[in-house]
Design a protein around this ligand. Structure first.
Ligand code: HEC
Length: 122
């Protein structure tokens, strides 16, 4: 879907609830968190394989990050329930490998420094 929330007539929320299903559902049950979605088609956030300088620029770019300044980005990575789901992804899925509190501390350090980006090749 263009809005990232599923196809017409089959939104993500048809299968993905506001929280993970109970363990009794077993493996391969659809996980859940509030506002389950992908980024909208116009603001794709495809990170896999991006070099660090481009990833850094994309995260800061308000035209692609949901119009978030650093304060809003910090709130997003600290509190957003869909982001937090990454640390509690449900049965059979590996959580984000960095503990959430360390991730947020490092993110704040980066933001407080003005969000410097690496210079690739140096
Ligand atoms: C028809 C039902 C259905 C719809 C609609 C659906 N999903 Fe899923 N989704 C599933 C099921 C079932 C799984 C679990 C698959 C598994 O673990 O093998 C899943 C798994 C996932 C996962 C976890 C993948 C992983 O690596 O473990 C993500 C992320 C996801 N869906 C995102 C979405 C998004 C975003 C949408 C809407 C754009 C969506 N899904 C729409 C059924 C659905």
């Amino acid at each position: 879907g263009m809005d990232g929330k599923g196809a017409a007539g089959l939104p993500c929320a048809t299968c993905h609830a506001e929280s993970n299903p109970p363990a009794s559902y077993g493996a391969h049950a659809p996980p859940g968190a509030p506002h389950w979605s992908l980024p909208p088609a116009a603001h794709k956030m495809a990170w896999i394989g991006l070099p660090a300088d481009q990833l850094c620029a994309m995260i800061k770019d308000r035209s692609s990050n949901g119009d978030r300044d650093f304060a809003a980005l910090i709130k997003h990575v600290s509190d957003d329930k869909l982001v937090l789901w990454g640390w509690n992804p449900g049965q059979g899925r590996a959580p984000v490998p960095v503990p959430h509190d360390i991730f947020v501390t490092q993110f704040k350090l980066w933001a407080d420094a003005g969000g410097p980006c690496p210079v690739v090749g140096s």
